[in-house]
Design a protein around this ligand. Structure first.
Ligand code: HGY
Ligand code: MN
Ligand code: MN
Length: 428
């Protein structure tokens, strides 16, 4: 039965969630549009606001050494292992309001409701607001969630943004001590599972006509820095057959990557940025840099596509007397969601009288990092036209309301004993 036929009166939580997402959207590094980059002034201001909401919901809060904002509600007695909830509060440039923040605000609303009901649970609940999921400011991604999972690579501290600031310098400016990052890692047995509510960022739920879905797995992803080297020359005097034109070569490579992805089943390749340092109208470009993002639900398919793309780029460079470098700086394996958590989320959604379709996530999420710490689950919320990574991103208040209600019901019926993969360090 879809939402349309289920008789579901909004509880008002949805309106409150939407109002908070509007407030959070105001924290931006670029007035007039939403751009909230990791460890930026707007990230710090948004973090303070999120911490205040966490405290108003009865949670104790702290900022960890990687800049994650963490709220904790104790269970029936202090110090119990925690069910982790959350998402990210950093954004892409010119972002929508919901990619990331929805998961944090909905989790806080769920904790608030559980506390209001006076429910004393056999586990603690923690809400985590991660800061580097998008990986836009630095050539890094998932730094916050990796710190929590204990998989933070300290070489990331040397990564620099376009202004030349390093992650290490930015962390100190944010008020964090980079040397303390290893201490941000959760110890064995401290966590039970991780649940993230996130907009679908695709068209499936809208096409089915239902507000909520359950994620089966997150596609694996690789990110590359590609540089094409030619020879700068005079646009007016250099005959066409004597040019080593880096833009023409890069353009052919972009189309080759697109063709390889189109020819493959279940693979997407995206060139999101392309730059010509020192480019000028009257100069044959000698150097071009572009990004390449590869995703696939099956890791072997992604690896095979990378090989095919590398071979195509080398052949184009050879034919055009160019050279090319393709450096991989991010690689995250495809990540399955825990079946028991997926079933629990599906039961909670069905308990609202809704369908609970299962679908894969082509988008990456912090759960890819947290999965090395404990089992993960994700609930998707319908978004208009499947649009995301675009200021036109939008959701319905009623759907936000249903997401909070389903999350509350999931938490109240959560039984760690039913997890397929007991949390690291647990006795069983
Ligand atoms: O790139 C992604 O899939 C995510 O939005 N960071
Ligand atoms: Mn996201
Ligand atoms: Mn995103």
């Amino acid at each position: 039965m879809s939402a349309a036929s289920a008789d579901i009166a909004p509880t008002g939580a949805g309106q409150a969630v939407m109002a908070r997402l509007d407030e959070l959207a105001a924290f931006t590094d670029e007035p007039g549009r939403i751009t909230r980059l990791y460890l930026s002034p707007s990230h710090r201001a948004a973090a303070a606001q999120v911490a205040a909401w966490m405290e108003a919901a009865g949670m104790a809060t702290h900022v960890d050494a990687a800049g994650n904002i963490i709220g904790r509600l104790e269970g029936e007695h202090p110090g119990l292992p925690a069910l982790l909830l959350g998402s990210h509060i950093d954004s892409i440039r010119d972002a929508g309001k919901y990619d990331g923040p929805l998961g944090v605000v909905a989790a806080i609303a769920a904790v608030d409701e559980i506390r209001r009901r006076g429910a004393l649970l056999p586990f603690a609940i923690e809400v985590l607001a991660f800061g580097d999921e998008e990986g836009i400011r630095f050539p890094t991604t998932l730094l916050g969630s990796r710190a929590v999972a204990g998989t933070f690579d300290e070489r990331s501290l040397a990564a620099r943004d376009i202004e030349g600031s390093s992650v290490e310098e930015a962390l100190r400016l944010f008020g964090c001590d980079p040397a303390a990052i290893p201490g941000a890692a959760r110890r064995r047995g401290e966590t039970l599972a991780y649940i993230e509510v996130h907009i679908e960022q695709g068209p499936v739920l809208e096409r089915i006509g239902t507000p909520l879905g359950v994620v089966t797995a997150i596609s694996g992803a690789s990110r590359f820095d590609v540089t094409v080297y030619g020879r700068a020359g005079h646009a007016g005097t250099t005959p066409m057959d004597l040019r080593w034109d880096a833009i023409s070569g890069a353009s052919e490579m972009v189309l080759a990557a697109e063709a390889i992805a189109k020819a493959a089943e279940n693979l997407v390749a995206t060139v999101g940025t392309i730059a010509v340092p020192n480019g000028a109208t009257n100069v044959i470009p000698g150097l071009v840099r572009f990004s390449l993002d590869l995703r696939a639900p099956v890791d072997a398919d992604r690896a095979a596509a990378e090989m095919r793309i590398r071979a195509a780029f080398d052949a184009i460079a050879e034919q055009r007397r160019l050279s090319v470098s393709m450096v991989r700086y991010h690689d995250a394996a495809a990540t399955p969601c825990d079946p028991a958590l997926a079933d629990g989320l599906a039961a909670a959604i069905a308990g609202l009288g809704l369908d609970a379709p299962r679908l894969a996530s082509g988008a990456g999420h912090d759960g890819m990092a947290i999965a090395s710490l404990c089992p993960i689950g994700m609930m998707f919320v319908r978004c208009k036209g499947g649009i995301s990574h675009n200021p036109a991103e939008s959701i319905l208040a009623e759907d936000a309301d249903l997401a909070v209600r389903a999350l509350v019901d999931f938490i109240l019926s959560f039984d760690p004993g039913r997890l397929q993969r007991p949390p690291i360090g647990s006795s069983s």
